[in-house]
Design a protein. Structure first.
Length: 130
């Protein structure tokens, strides 16, 4: 039996980033649950893109992007227009395939996290542009 080659430095870096991302999304989900939200989906993949978290509290449905960076400011600055457009398109794909009451209010939120453990929930972080 031959040994498989050791993973490259890039592969190891990607794996570490993936683990940090999953841990950050878990922290964000806990923040939302503490506010009374129920998590409906995590890392939902649609043909239009991925949504980190979808959560509901009573008649409010949120599509939430999670950003983890060195500081909260860097995390908040990292949500690009292209990403916001992708999230909106992914939310539209989700809504088209998921039966939900027409009476739900919907919002696009962000949760920004810093490596020091701090975090902030930004309700209505962006609007459906275009």
């Amino acid at each position: 039996m031959t040994e498989s080659p050791a993973p490259s430095a890039l592969t190891l870096k990607r794996r570490a980033a993936h683990r940090r991302g999953v841990a950050g999304e878990e922290r964000a989900a806990m923040m939302l649950e503490a506010q009374g939200f129920t998590i409906l989906a995590r890392r939902l993949r649609t043909p239009a893109g991925e949504i980190d978290l979808i959560a509901r509290r009573e008649s409010l449905l949120i599509f939430c992007e999670v950003k983890l960076r060195d500081t909260l400011a860097h995390a908040a600055e990292s949500l690009s227009l292209r990403q916001r457009q992708r999230i909106v398109a992914a939310a539209q794909a989700y809504l088209a395939s998921t039966p939900l009451p027409d009476t739900l209010d919907m919002r696009f939120d962000a949760i920004v996290l810093a490596r020091d453990g701090s975090g902030e929930h930004l309700p209505g972080a962006f609007e459906c542009e275009g």
